[in-house]
Design a protein around this ligand. Structure first.
Ligand SMILES: NC(=O)c1ccc[n+]([C@@H]2O[C@H](COP(=O)([O-])OP(=O)(O)OC[C@H]3O[C@@H](n4cnc5c(N)ncnc54)[C@H](OP(=O)(O)O)[C@@H]3O)[C@@H](O)[C@H]2O)c1
Length: 538
């Protein structure tokens, strides 16, 4: 079974614009002049265009800003011209502002007497409209990772005209208007059909809202070698999970993990069921659910494969703190490997005190989710004081409330905040959302690319807990199980969306697609991983 090599993981690191600039500087120190990098960039876009279109029958409009992103675009325009293809170029801004190496490409296109138009202000918009009308494909080299303010005036008008033209747009490095460091939209942004990323993926290519603007992603290494990339200690990666060890012929259910879920309260029946059943539907061995008798009565018939353990209820209709010894006995008696604590637990203070006590009294790995997360809200230290490993799986609202942060602050500093809290609490944190982020105590952050908006449905996060637990049960180390679980959860959602459509598939459907997702992952591992990775171009 082909696995992902560490070398490849390195190829899909995800950096900031500053990381890119550092790589450029280091490459230059090795004698790889920035003009060589620019030529590499121009040729990469040329190759993608040639792959996507019959260029002999395609009118290409190259739109260049006056930074190096524009320089890449001018190099491409020159290549198209030299090869005899139909190309027109438009520079937005004052070409006198070009600096090396973009300045060299500007000089060449002038010397070649290519058609180069210049747009200085909104008065020139009619000219731009004519050029747009002529084109079949637009190449966007207006703004790259050097964007530093909202787009206004002529830039904003041009972006809007391109977006409403219905023409295919290929962006260079990052769609103009998207922030490379954070995926923020600076006023407005180009919606591309494809984006050719230069050197390394940028955070803005992968996190939302920016991630929605790329279209298909391509990546060119330019002339960055692996040692060069390694030398700058970038700690963000695309989530490329390892595959499971195979199921042995002679094995029994105890070999694939023993889960105990603690969750549920009056009126919260579904969540603990989804988590526990997801464990079984994704290959886990033995699933137990400790919950209120009232919950068992409602859900037991839905999933008779689960073993239920009744717990007593407190006056708030939630699991009473008096159950602590019973839960510890269950862990001991059934040799539980991993716990899921929190789905549908309610925020009864008595129940949350039980969660705190349990966290400190068991050394088993705990996946803490939903209401369970609120148990640590006022004392995050509990997690770092534990003897066992902890995985927290908050969505954005839980993340801000449990860690006491403002929503806007989290939006703008997602990666930094996740890294900080993961290392402070010494826990693995799965920050759920579109392109879920996984933070590790050592500072590594993995960006997951599976999943779709159809998964924004009640119970979807509960399912995730079970898939992480089963990945552990199937033999992965805990850190790897989190990555595999997050990937597979999204993969099951993508298969469900493909077969049912995104509207209206429920978490129950998601459960039903888990076996198919695990099968695909096991048997067509490389193909499945590649489906989500940017295509590498020379
Ligand atoms: N060595 C290379 O050749 C090489 C290597 C890798 C990548 N690249 C390419 O170069 C790009 C980075 O080049 P760069 O640093 O020159 O940045 P850039 O993204 O090409 O643009 C920088 C220019 O845009 C202006 N600008 C920033 N925000 C603006 C806004 N909202 N509206 C209008 N103008 C705005 C800046 O003006 P102010 O000066 O006024 O702020 C500056 O002139 C990458 O994205 C990549 O495509 C080149």
């Amino acid at each position: 079974m082909p696995m992902i090599k560490s070398e490849e993981v390195l190829q899909f690191i995800v950096g900031t614009p500053e990381d890119s600039r550092r790589l450029d500087r280091l490459a230059t120190e090795l004698g790889i002049d920035s003009l060589i990098l620019m030529e590499n960039a121009s040729l990469a876009v040329f190759r993608v265009l040639r792959q996507m279109y019959n260029l002999s029958e395609t009118n290409v409009l190259v739109v260049a800003g006056i930074g190096n992103n524009g320089g890449d675009a001018l190099g491409l325009a020159r290549k198209l011209y030299v090869e005899g293809y139909n190309v027109k170029t438009v520079i937005v801004g004052d070409p006198d502002n070009y600096r090396y190496p973009a300045k060299v490409n500007y000089k060449i296109v002038k010397n070649l007497n290519m058609e180069v138009n210049t747009i200085h202000s909104t008065h020139d918009i009619p000219l731009f409209k004519d050029l747009l009308e002529w084109s079949d494909v637009v190449v966007d080299g207006l703004l790259g990772i050097g964007i530093n303010r909202d787009v206004r005036g002529v830039y904003s008008e041009i972006i809007s005209l391109i977006n409403t033209s219905g023409k295919d747009v290929i962006s260079i490095d990052i769609p103009s208007g998207v922030g490379g460091a954070d995926g923020k939209i600076y006023g407005s942004a180009i919606r591309a059909k494809a984006t050719v990323v230069m050197g390394i993926l940028k955070i803005g290519n992968l996190i939302y809202p920016g991630a929605e603007y790329n279209g298909k992603l391509y990546i060119s290494r330019l002339s960055y070698s692996s040692p060069l990339i390694k030398s700058i200690d970038i700690r963000q990666y695309v989530n490329l999970p390892v595959n499971f060890p195979r199921r042995r012929e002679e094995s029994h259910k105890g070999d694939y993990g023993k889960l105990l879920t603690i969750g549920g309260a009056i009126n919260y029946y579904g969540a603990p069921l989804f988590s526990t059943y997801a464990f079984l539907k994704s290959g886990g061995g033995y699933a137990r659910l400790a919950t209120l008798e009232e919950v068992i009565k409602v859900v037991a018939g839905k999933a008779p494969e689960i073993v239920f353990h009744p717990l007593t209820m407190n006056s708030e209709g939630a699991i009473s703190s008096e159950n602590i010894d019973k839960i510890l006995d269950l862990i001991e008696m059934y040799r539980i490997d991993i716990l899921i604590v929190g789905p549908g637990l309610s925020r009864s203070e008595d129940t949350l005190s039980l969660v705190r006590e349990l966290l400190l009294k068991t050394n088993k790995p705990v996946i803490l989710d939903g209401d369970g997360l609120y148990a640590i809200k006022d004392d995050l230290e509990i997690i770092s004081r534990r003897d066992g490993q902890t995985i927290l799986t908050p969505h954005k609202i839980e993340f801000t409330r449990v860690f006491g942060l403002e929503m806007d602050y989290v939006d703008e500093n997602r990666i930094a905040v996740l890294r900080d809290i993961s290392s402070r609490t010494k826990s693995i944190i799965v920050f759920k959302g579109a392109h879920t982020l996984i933070g590790y105590p050592n500072g590594d952050i993995f960006i997951n690319l599976t999943g779709n908006p159809g998964m924004a449905t009640a119970g979807s996060g509960d399912v995730l807990n079970g898939v992480i637990a089963s990945s552990y049960g199937l033999g992965l180390r805990l850190g790897d199980a989190v990555k595999a679980g997050v990937f597979l959860h999204g993969l099951a959602g993508d298969i469900a969306a493909n077969e049912l459509g995104m509207d209206g598939f429920t978490s129950w459907d998601l459960l039903m697609y888990l076996p198919k997702a695990v099968k695909l992952f096991r048997e067509k591992y490389r193909e499945v991983i590649d489906r989500y990775l940017p295509e590498v171009v020379l």
